[in-house]
Design a protein around this ligand. Structure first.
Ligand code: CAO
Length: 437
Protein backbone atom coordinates (compact mmCIF):
# COMPACT_ATOMS: atom_id res chain seq x y z
CA UNK A 1 0.00 0.00 0.00
CA UNK A 2 1.20 3.51 -0.80
CA UNK A 3 -0.37 6.92 -1.04
CA UNK A 4 -0.33 9.00 -4.20
CA UNK A 5 -2.07 11.91 -5.88
CA UNK A 6 -4.38 11.52 -8.84
CA UNK A 7 -3.85 14.39 -11.24
CA UNK A 8 -5.76 15.83 -14.18
CA UNK A 9 -4.53 14.05 -17.30
CA UNK A 10 -3.82 15.64 -20.67
CA UNK A 11 -7.09 17.35 -21.59
CA UNK A 12 -6.03 18.59 -24.97
CA UNK A 13 -6.62 22.22 -25.86
CA UNK A 14 -8.52 22.91 -22.69
CA UNK A 15 -6.86 25.28 -20.34
CA UNK A 16 -8.31 25.89 -16.91
CA UNK A 17 -11.59 23.98 -16.81
CA UNK A 18 -14.09 24.32 -13.97
CA UNK A 19 -14.95 21.49 -11.60
CA UNK A 20 -18.75 21.18 -11.67
CA UNK A 21 -19.25 17.84 -9.96
CA UNK A 22 -17.34 15.62 -7.54
CA UNK A 23 -18.44 12.06 -8.05
CA UNK A 24 -16.60 10.24 -5.25
CA UNK A 25 -16.06 10.75 -1.54
CA UNK A 26 -13.33 10.01 0.98
CA UNK A 27 -13.41 6.28 1.82
CA UNK A 28 -14.77 5.27 -1.62
CA UNK A 29 -13.05 2.36 -3.24
CA UNK A 30 -12.29 3.14 -6.88
CA UNK A 31 -10.96 1.25 -9.88
CA UNK A 32 -8.97 2.39 -12.88
CA UNK A 33 -11.22 4.39 -15.23
CA UNK A 34 -13.95 5.10 -12.67
CA UNK A 35 -15.22 8.65 -13.14
CA UNK A 36 -13.94 10.97 -10.40
CA UNK A 37 -15.01 14.51 -11.23
CA UNK A 38 -16.81 16.35 -14.02
CA UNK A 39 -15.19 19.43 -15.49
CA UNK A 40 -16.68 21.95 -17.84
CA UNK A 41 -15.12 24.19 -20.44
CA UNK A 42 -16.87 26.78 -22.60
CA UNK A 43 -17.77 24.13 -25.08
CA UNK A 44 -18.27 20.81 -23.34
CA UNK A 45 -18.20 18.89 -20.11
CA UNK A 46 -16.29 15.69 -19.47
CA UNK A 47 -15.62 13.27 -16.69
CA UNK A 48 -12.10 12.69 -15.51
CA UNK A 49 -11.38 8.98 -15.03
CA UNK A 50 -9.13 7.48 -12.41
CA UNK A 51 -5.66 6.37 -13.38
CA UNK A 52 -5.40 4.01 -10.38
CA UNK A 53 -7.30 1.62 -8.16
CA UNK A 54 -7.46 2.20 -4.43
CA UNK A 55 -9.26 4.06 -1.70
CA UNK A 56 -9.83 7.81 -1.71
CA UNK A 57 -8.13 9.35 1.31
CA UNK A 58 -8.32 13.06 0.42
CA UNK A 59 -10.13 15.45 -1.91
CA UNK A 60 -8.00 18.33 -3.14
CA UNK A 61 -10.53 20.25 -5.21
CA UNK A 62 -13.93 21.84 -4.65
CA UNK A 63 -16.82 22.59 -6.98
CA UNK A 64 -16.07 25.83 -8.79
CA UNK A 65 -12.27 25.37 -8.73
CA UNK A 66 -10.42 25.72 -12.03
CA UNK A 67 -8.05 22.88 -12.87
CA UNK A 68 -5.43 22.18 -15.55
CA UNK A 69 -3.41 19.23 -16.70
CA UNK A 70 -1.31 18.12 -13.73
CA UNK A 71 -3.57 19.56 -11.00
CA UNK A 72 -3.81 17.09 -8.10
CA UNK A 73 -7.46 16.29 -7.50
CA UNK A 74 -7.46 13.35 -5.08
CA UNK A 75 -5.15 11.52 -2.76
CA UNK A 76 -5.57 7.76 -2.78
CA UNK A 77 -4.19 4.76 -1.00
CA UNK A 78 -3.14 2.64 -3.94
CA UNK A 79 -3.58 -1.10 -3.93
CA UNK A 80 -0.55 -3.25 -4.87
CA UNK A 81 -1.68 -4.36 -8.36
CA UNK A 82 -2.75 -0.87 -9.34
CA UNK A 83 0.55 0.54 -8.12
CA UNK A 84 2.56 -1.71 -10.36
CA UNK A 85 0.42 -1.36 -13.49
CA UNK A 86 -0.46 2.31 -13.29
CA UNK A 87 2.62 3.80 -14.96
CA UNK A 88 2.05 1.85 -18.17
CA UNK A 89 -1.71 1.93 -18.30
CA UNK A 90 -2.63 5.40 -17.17
CA UNK A 91 -1.62 7.56 -20.14
CA UNK A 92 -3.55 5.54 -22.73
CA UNK A 93 -6.72 5.50 -20.62
CA UNK A 94 -6.53 9.17 -19.74
CA UNK A 95 -6.31 10.17 -23.36
CA UNK A 96 -9.72 8.75 -24.34
CA UNK A 97 -12.18 11.39 -23.21
CA UNK A 98 -9.95 14.18 -24.38
CA UNK A 99 -10.10 13.12 -28.00
CA UNK A 100 -13.89 12.94 -27.82
CA UNK A 101 -14.16 16.34 -26.24
CA UNK A 102 -11.99 17.90 -28.92
CA UNK A 103 -14.13 16.45 -31.67
CA UNK A 104 -17.32 17.68 -29.99
CA UNK A 105 -15.94 21.09 -29.23
CA UNK A 106 -15.23 21.88 -32.86
CA UNK A 107 -18.81 21.16 -33.86
CA UNK A 108 -20.56 24.07 -32.24
CA UNK A 109 -20.05 27.30 -30.39
CA UNK A 110 -23.01 26.71 -28.14
CA UNK A 111 -22.67 24.33 -25.20
CA UNK A 112 -22.31 20.87 -26.61
CA UNK A 113 -23.54 17.62 -25.15
CA UNK A 114 -21.18 15.88 -22.82
CA UNK A 115 -19.09 13.58 -24.90
CA UNK A 116 -18.15 10.73 -22.59
CA UNK A 117 -19.58 7.37 -23.59
CA UNK A 118 -22.62 6.32 -21.59
CA UNK A 119 -22.98 2.97 -19.96
CA UNK A 120 -24.81 0.36 -22.07
CA UNK A 121 -28.52 0.29 -21.37
CA UNK A 122 -29.74 -2.95 -19.83
CA UNK A 123 -32.58 -4.90 -21.50
CA UNK A 124 -35.51 -4.80 -20.98
CA UNK A 125 -34.91 -1.09 -20.84
CA UNK A 126 -36.88 1.54 -18.93
CA UNK A 127 -35.73 4.00 -21.58
CA UNK A 128 -38.04 2.86 -24.34
CA UNK A 129 -39.49 6.38 -24.60
CA UNK A 130 -36.13 8.05 -25.09
CA UNK A 131 -35.58 9.82 -28.36
CA UNK A 132 -31.86 9.17 -28.88
CA UNK A 133 -31.47 12.13 -31.23
CA UNK A 134 -32.71 14.76 -28.80
CA UNK A 135 -31.17 12.93 -25.84
CA UNK A 136 -27.75 13.23 -27.47
CA UNK A 137 -28.23 16.94 -28.13
CA UNK A 138 -29.33 17.76 -24.58
CA UNK A 139 -26.77 19.69 -22.53
CA UNK A 140 -25.93 17.59 -19.49
CA UNK A 141 -22.89 16.03 -17.90
CA UNK A 142 -22.18 12.33 -18.43
CA UNK A 143 -23.24 11.49 -14.88
CA UNK A 144 -26.56 13.30 -15.39
CA UNK A 145 -26.99 11.36 -18.66
CA UNK A 146 -26.45 8.12 -16.80
CA UNK A 147 -28.84 9.26 -14.06
CA UNK A 148 -31.46 10.13 -16.69
CA UNK A 149 -31.04 6.76 -18.38
CA UNK A 150 -31.38 4.91 -15.09
CA UNK A 151 -34.70 6.69 -14.51
CA UNK A 152 -35.81 6.36 -18.12
CA UNK A 153 -35.95 10.12 -18.59
CA UNK A 154 -35.62 11.56 -22.08
CA UNK A 155 -33.19 14.44 -21.54
CA UNK A 156 -34.43 16.07 -24.73
CA UNK A 157 -37.65 16.91 -22.89
CA UNK A 158 -36.02 18.31 -19.76
CA UNK A 159 -35.50 22.05 -19.34
CA UNK A 160 -32.08 22.79 -17.85
CA UNK A 161 -31.80 25.35 -15.07
CA UNK A 162 -28.03 25.32 -14.65
CA UNK A 163 -25.43 27.67 -16.10
CA UNK A 164 -25.95 27.99 -19.85
CA UNK A 165 -29.14 25.92 -19.37
CA UNK A 166 -27.20 22.81 -18.36
CA UNK A 167 -29.54 20.10 -17.07
CA UNK A 168 -29.04 19.52 -13.33
CA UNK A 169 -30.06 16.63 -11.10
CA UNK A 170 -32.96 18.73 -9.73
CA UNK A 171 -34.25 19.29 -13.28
CA UNK A 172 -34.36 15.55 -13.90
CA UNK A 173 -35.98 14.93 -10.52
CA UNK A 174 -38.57 17.66 -11.22
CA UNK A 175 -39.33 16.11 -14.59
CA UNK A 176 -39.80 12.71 -12.98
CA UNK A 177 -42.12 14.17 -10.35
CA UNK A 178 -44.24 15.79 -13.02
CA UNK A 179 -44.31 12.60 -15.06
CA UNK A 180 -45.38 10.58 -12.04
CA UNK A 181 -48.25 12.96 -11.52
CA UNK A 182 -49.35 12.23 -15.07
CA UNK A 183 -48.58 15.71 -16.35
CA UNK A 184 -46.36 17.29 -18.93
CA UNK A 185 -45.60 15.98 -22.34
CA UNK A 186 -45.40 12.40 -21.16
CA UNK A 187 -49.06 12.09 -20.33
CA UNK A 188 -50.30 10.93 -23.70
CA UNK A 189 -47.80 8.14 -24.04
CA UNK A 190 -47.79 7.22 -20.35
CA UNK A 191 -45.09 8.09 -17.92
CA UNK A 192 -41.51 7.42 -18.82
CA UNK A 193 -41.30 5.67 -15.48
CA UNK A 194 -43.70 3.00 -16.53
CA UNK A 195 -46.75 4.46 -14.78
CA UNK A 196 -49.80 3.36 -16.71
CA UNK A 197 -51.16 6.03 -19.07
CA UNK A 198 -54.69 7.37 -18.56
CA UNK A 199 -56.95 5.00 -20.45
CA UNK A 200 -58.91 6.41 -23.38
CA UNK A 201 -62.33 4.99 -22.58
CA UNK A 202 -65.45 4.88 -24.73
CA UNK A 203 -68.09 5.51 -22.02
CA UNK A 204 -70.96 5.10 -24.49
CA UNK A 205 -70.37 1.35 -24.12
CA UNK A 206 -72.26 1.59 -20.83
CA UNK A 207 -75.02 4.11 -21.67
CA UNK A 208 -75.92 7.51 -23.16
CA UNK A 209 -73.23 10.20 -22.95
CA UNK A 210 -72.64 13.74 -24.21
CA UNK A 211 -69.23 15.29 -24.91
CA UNK A 212 -69.01 18.91 -23.71
CA UNK A 213 -66.04 21.17 -24.40
CA UNK A 214 -64.34 22.73 -21.41
CA UNK A 215 -64.52 26.54 -21.39
CA UNK A 216 -61.42 28.58 -22.21
CA UNK A 217 -61.18 29.54 -18.53
CA UNK A 218 -61.49 25.89 -17.45
CA UNK A 219 -58.66 24.88 -19.75
CA UNK A 220 -56.41 27.75 -18.75
CA UNK A 221 -56.99 27.52 -15.00
CA UNK A 222 -56.76 23.73 -15.24
CA UNK A 223 -53.21 24.01 -16.56
CA UNK A 224 -52.11 26.40 -13.82
CA UNK A 225 -53.89 24.48 -11.06
CA UNK A 226 -52.23 21.28 -12.24
CA UNK A 227 -48.79 22.94 -12.31
CA UNK A 228 -49.27 24.44 -8.86
CA UNK A 229 -50.59 21.21 -7.36
CA UNK A 230 -47.74 19.14 -8.74
CA UNK A 231 -44.85 21.52 -8.17
CA UNK A 232 -45.72 23.09 -4.81
CA UNK A 233 -45.55 20.94 -1.67
CA UNK A 234 -48.93 21.86 -0.18
CA UNK A 235 -49.90 21.53 3.45
CA UNK A 236 -53.42 22.45 4.55
CA UNK A 237 -53.93 23.72 8.09
CA UNK A 238 -57.52 23.59 9.34
CA UNK A 239 -58.82 25.91 12.01
CA UNK A 240 -61.98 27.71 13.07
CA UNK A 241 -62.89 31.17 14.30
CA UNK A 242 -65.64 32.20 16.66
CA UNK A 243 -67.43 34.89 14.61
CA UNK A 244 -70.47 35.29 16.85
CA UNK A 245 -69.68 38.91 17.75
CA UNK A 246 -68.41 39.73 14.26
CA UNK A 247 -71.66 38.55 12.71
CA UNK A 248 -73.75 40.47 15.25
CA UNK A 249 -71.83 43.64 14.35
CA UNK A 250 -72.09 42.90 10.60
CA UNK A 251 -75.86 42.46 10.87
CA UNK A 252 -76.25 45.73 12.80
CA UNK A 253 -74.15 47.55 10.23
CA UNK A 254 -76.04 45.81 7.43
CA UNK A 255 -79.32 47.25 8.64
CA UNK A 256 -77.77 50.73 8.81
CA UNK A 257 -76.09 50.55 5.41
CA UNK A 258 -79.01 48.96 3.60
CA UNK A 259 -80.45 52.39 2.79
CA UNK A 260 -77.22 53.30 0.97
CA UNK A 261 -77.38 50.12 -1.11
CA UNK A 262 -74.29 48.70 0.60
CA UNK A 263 -73.98 45.10 1.78
CA UNK A 264 -71.08 43.85 3.86
CA UNK A 265 -70.49 40.09 3.67
CA UNK A 266 -68.23 38.11 6.04
CA UNK A 267 -65.58 38.07 3.31
CA UNK A 268 -64.64 41.74 3.88
CA UNK A 269 -63.91 41.02 7.58
CA UNK A 270 -61.99 37.88 6.66
CA UNK A 271 -59.89 39.90 4.20
CA UNK A 272 -59.07 42.45 6.90
CA UNK A 273 -58.13 39.67 9.34
CA UNK A 274 -55.90 38.05 6.70
CA UNK A 275 -54.12 41.36 6.13
CA UNK A 276 -53.52 41.60 9.89
CA UNK A 277 -52.07 38.07 9.65
CA UNK A 278 -49.78 39.07 6.77
CA UNK A 279 -48.51 42.02 8.79
CA UNK A 280 -47.82 39.82 11.80
CA UNK A 281 -46.27 36.99 9.71
CA UNK A 282 -44.73 38.66 6.61
CA UNK A 283 -43.44 35.33 5.25
CA UNK A 284 -47.03 34.72 4.09
CA UNK A 285 -46.76 37.90 2.02
CA UNK A 286 -43.84 36.63 -0.05
CA UNK A 287 -43.00 34.69 -3.21
CA UNK A 288 -40.25 32.14 -3.69
CA UNK A 289 -37.58 33.28 -6.12
CA UNK A 290 -37.27 30.82 -9.05
CA UNK A 291 -33.70 30.06 -7.92
CA UNK A 292 -35.18 28.63 -4.72
CA UNK A 293 -32.53 30.58 -2.80
CA UNK A 294 -34.49 33.63 -1.63
CA UNK A 295 -38.02 34.84 -0.94
CA UNK A 296 -39.31 38.21 -2.09
CA UNK A 297 -41.27 39.85 0.68
CA UNK A 298 -43.93 42.34 -0.42
CA UNK A 299 -44.68 45.56 1.41
CA UNK A 300 -48.10 45.95 -0.18
CA UNK A 301 -51.34 44.07 0.44
CA UNK A 302 -53.16 43.04 -2.75
CA UNK A 303 -55.62 40.25 -1.99
CA UNK A 304 -56.99 37.79 -4.57
CA UNK A 305 -60.60 36.61 -4.28
CA UNK A 306 -61.68 33.39 -5.99
CA UNK A 307 -64.88 34.09 -7.93
CA UNK A 308 -67.09 31.36 -9.27
CA UNK A 309 -68.48 32.18 -12.75
CA UNK A 310 -70.52 30.04 -15.17
CA UNK A 311 -67.35 29.71 -17.28
CA UNK A 312 -65.07 28.72 -14.43
CA UNK A 313 -62.95 30.06 -11.63
CA UNK A 314 -61.18 33.44 -11.83
CA UNK A 315 -59.22 35.31 -9.16
CA UNK A 316 -59.44 39.12 -9.38
CA UNK A 317 -57.29 41.13 -7.00
CA UNK A 318 -58.36 43.83 -4.54
CA UNK A 319 -55.45 46.25 -4.52
CA UNK A 320 -54.08 47.94 -1.39
CA UNK A 321 -56.87 46.34 0.62
CA UNK A 322 -55.09 47.40 3.83
CA UNK A 323 -55.91 51.01 3.00
CA UNK A 324 -59.61 50.40 2.31
CA UNK A 325 -62.58 50.32 4.64
CA UNK A 326 -64.85 47.29 5.11
CA UNK A 327 -67.48 49.09 3.00
CA UNK A 328 -65.00 49.82 0.19
CA UNK A 329 -63.74 46.24 0.21
CA UNK A 330 -67.28 44.85 0.11
CA UNK A 331 -68.16 47.10 -2.82
CA UNK A 332 -64.99 46.19 -4.70
CA UNK A 333 -65.54 42.46 -4.21
CA UNK A 334 -69.09 42.85 -5.51
CA UNK A 335 -67.92 44.93 -8.52
CA UNK A 336 -65.13 42.47 -9.34
CA UNK A 337 -67.53 39.52 -9.07
CA UNK A 338 -69.96 41.24 -11.47
CA UNK A 339 -67.12 42.06 -13.87
CA UNK A 340 -65.92 38.45 -13.66
CA UNK A 341 -69.34 37.00 -14.38
CA UNK A 342 -69.77 39.46 -17.29
CA UNK A 343 -66.36 38.33 -18.63
CA UNK A 344 -65.06 41.89 -18.38
CA UNK A 345 -62.00 41.31 -16.19
CA UNK A 346 -58.73 42.42 -17.76
CA UNK A 347 -55.49 40.45 -17.17
CA UNK A 348 -54.24 43.27 -14.93
CA UNK A 349 -57.31 42.82 -12.68
CA UNK A 350 -55.97 39.36 -11.89
CA UNK A 351 -52.29 40.14 -11.38
CA UNK A 352 -50.11 41.09 -8.45
CA UNK A 353 -51.96 39.24 -5.69
CA UNK A 354 -50.13 38.52 -2.41
CA UNK A 355 -52.43 35.81 -1.05
CA UNK A 356 -55.86 34.56 -2.15
CA UNK A 357 -59.09 33.89 -0.30
CA UNK A 358 -61.47 31.27 -1.58
CA UNK A 359 -64.84 31.58 0.11
CA UNK A 360 -67.35 28.80 -0.28
CA UNK A 361 -69.22 30.07 2.77
CA UNK A 362 -72.21 31.17 0.72
CA UNK A 363 -72.54 27.64 -0.66
CA UNK A 364 -71.73 25.13 2.09
CA UNK A 365 -69.23 22.47 3.11
CA UNK A 366 -67.13 22.09 6.23
CA UNK A 367 -63.54 22.22 4.93
CA UNK A 368 -61.55 21.77 1.72
CA UNK A 369 -58.03 21.89 0.34
CA UNK A 370 -57.55 25.05 -1.74
CA UNK A 371 -54.74 25.01 -4.31
CA UNK A 372 -52.13 27.75 -3.94
CA UNK A 373 -52.32 30.45 -6.61
CA UNK A 374 -48.58 30.67 -7.46
CA UNK A 375 -46.43 32.70 -7.17
CA UNK A 376 -48.33 33.35 -3.95
CA UNK A 377 -47.34 31.06 -1.08
CA UNK A 378 -50.68 30.61 0.66
CA UNK A 379 -54.42 30.61 0.14
CA UNK A 380 -57.14 30.75 2.77
CA UNK A 381 -60.24 28.67 2.13
CA UNK A 382 -63.38 29.58 4.07
CA UNK A 383 -66.38 27.30 4.51
CA UNK A 384 -69.88 27.88 5.84
CA UNK A 385 -70.16 29.10 9.41
CA UNK A 386 -72.30 27.05 11.75
CA UNK A 387 -73.78 27.52 15.22
CA UNK A 388 -72.05 25.01 17.51
CA UNK A 389 -71.92 24.17 21.20
CA UNK A 390 -68.60 25.45 22.54
CA UNK A 391 -67.28 24.65 26.05
CA UNK A 392 -66.44 27.90 27.83
CA UNK A 393 -64.93 26.25 30.89
CA UNK A 394 -68.14 25.73 32.82
CA UNK A 395 -70.83 25.11 30.22
CA UNK A 396 -71.56 24.64 26.54
CA UNK A 397 -72.63 27.86 24.85
CA UNK A 398 -73.91 28.35 21.30
CA UNK A 399 -71.25 30.08 19.18
CA UNK A 400 -71.08 30.78 15.45
CA UNK A 401 -67.96 29.00 14.22
CA UNK A 402 -66.26 29.70 10.88
CA UNK A 403 -64.19 26.84 9.39
CA UNK A 404 -60.92 27.87 7.72
CA UNK A 405 -58.55 25.83 5.54
CA UNK A 406 -55.16 27.42 4.91
CA UNK A 407 -52.99 25.79 2.23
CA UNK A 408 -49.37 26.96 2.22
CA UNK A 409 -46.15 26.24 0.36
CA UNK A 410 -44.09 24.12 2.71
CA UNK A 411 -40.86 25.20 1.01
CA UNK A 412 -41.44 28.71 2.32
CA UNK A 413 -43.60 28.22 5.39
CA UNK A 414 -43.05 25.81 8.28
CA UNK A 415 -45.89 23.90 9.88
CA UNK A 416 -45.62 25.87 13.09
CA UNK A 417 -45.91 29.16 11.18
CA UNK A 418 -48.97 27.80 9.36
CA UNK A 419 -50.70 27.06 12.67
CA UNK A 420 -49.63 30.43 14.12
CA UNK A 421 -51.09 32.25 11.13
CA UNK A 422 -54.53 30.61 11.34
CA UNK A 423 -54.55 31.02 15.12
CA UNK A 424 -53.84 34.72 14.69
CA UNK A 425 -56.49 35.20 11.98
CA UNK A 426 -58.95 33.30 14.17
CA UNK A 427 -58.14 35.56 17.15
CA UNK A 428 -58.71 38.69 15.06
CA UNK A 429 -62.03 37.42 13.69
CA UNK A 430 -63.16 36.41 17.18
CA UNK A 431 -62.52 39.94 18.44
CA UNK A 432 -62.61 42.38 15.52
CA UNK A 433 -61.57 45.26 17.80
CA UNK A 434 -58.09 43.89 17.14
CA UNK A 435 -58.37 45.24 13.59
CA UNK A 436 -58.02 48.69 15.10
CA UNK A 437 -54.62 47.92 16.60
N1 CAO B 1 -70.65 31.30 6.30
C1 CAO B 1 -71.98 31.47 6.23
N2 CAO B 1 -72.56 32.32 5.35
C2 CAO B 1 -71.75 32.99 4.51
C3 CAO B 1 -70.36 32.87 4.53
C4 CAO B 1 -69.83 31.97 5.49
N3 CAO B 1 -68.51 31.78 5.59
N4 CAO B 1 -69.83 33.66 3.59
C5 CAO B 1 -70.85 34.27 2.98
N5 CAO B 1 -72.01 33.87 3.54
C6 CAO B 1 -73.34 34.30 3.17
C7 CAO B 1 -73.39 35.77 2.89
O1 CAO B 1 -73.54 36.50 4.09
C8 CAO B 1 -74.59 35.86 2.03
O2 CAO B 1 -75.74 35.70 2.82
P1 CAO B 1 -77.02 36.67 2.64
O3 CAO B 1 -77.33 36.69 1.19
O4 CAO B 1 -78.06 36.02 3.49
O5 CAO B 1 -76.60 37.97 3.14
C9 CAO B 1 -74.48 34.61 1.19
O6 CAO B 1 -73.66 33.71 1.94
C10 CAO B 1 -73.91 34.77 -0.19
O7 CAO B 1 -72.70 35.45 -0.13
P2 CAO B 1 -71.91 35.73 -1.49
O8 CAO B 1 -71.32 34.48 -1.99
O9 CAO B 1 -72.82 36.45 -2.42
O10 CAO B 1 -70.85 36.78 -1.10
P3 CAO B 1 -69.40 36.55 -0.53
O11 CAO B 1 -68.87 37.90 -0.27
O12 CAO B 1 -69.38 35.60 0.56
O13 CAO B 1 -68.60 35.92 -1.77
C11 CAO B 1 -67.72 35.67 -3.95
C12 CAO B 1 -68.39 36.61 -2.96
C13 CAO B 1 -67.50 36.40 -5.22
C14 CAO B 1 -66.40 35.21 -3.39
C15 CAO B 1 -68.61 34.43 -4.12
O14 CAO B 1 -69.79 34.83 -4.77
C16 CAO B 1 -67.98 33.30 -4.89
O15 CAO B 1 -67.88 33.33 -6.12
N6 CAO B 1 -67.59 32.24 -4.15
C17 CAO B 1 -67.05 31.03 -4.75
C18 CAO B 1 -65.54 31.03 -4.75
C19 CAO B 1 -65.03 29.71 -5.29
O16 CAO B 1 -65.51 29.17 -6.27
N7 CAO B 1 -64.04 29.16 -4.61
C20 CAO B 1 -63.53 27.87 -4.93
C21 CAO B 1 -62.29 28.03 -5.67
S1 CAO B 1 -61.31 26.62 -5.55
O17 CAO B 1 -60.28 27.03 -4.42
Amino acid sequence: MSTKNIVIPDIGDFDSVEVIEILVAVGDSISVEDSLITVESDKASMEIPSSDSGIITGIKVAIGDNVNEGTAIFEIEVSEESDSTAPEEAPAKEAEPVAEVKAEATKADTPAPAPVAEKPVPKPSPTANIDEKTFTKAYATPSMRRFARELGVDLGKVQGSGRKNRILKEDIQGFVKQSLAGGGSTQASGSVLGVAPMPDIDFSKWGDVEEISLSKINKLTGKFLHRNWVTIPHVTQYDEADITEMEAFRKDMGAELKGQGVKITPLAFIMKAVIAGLKEYPRFNSSLDPSGETVIEKKYYHIGVAVDTPDGLVVPVIRDADQKSLVQISQEIRDMAIKARDKKLSPSDMQGGCISISSLGGIGGTKFTPIINAPEVAILGVSRSKMQPVWNGSEFVPRLMLPMSLSYDHRVIDGAAGARFTTYVSKVLSDIRRLLL
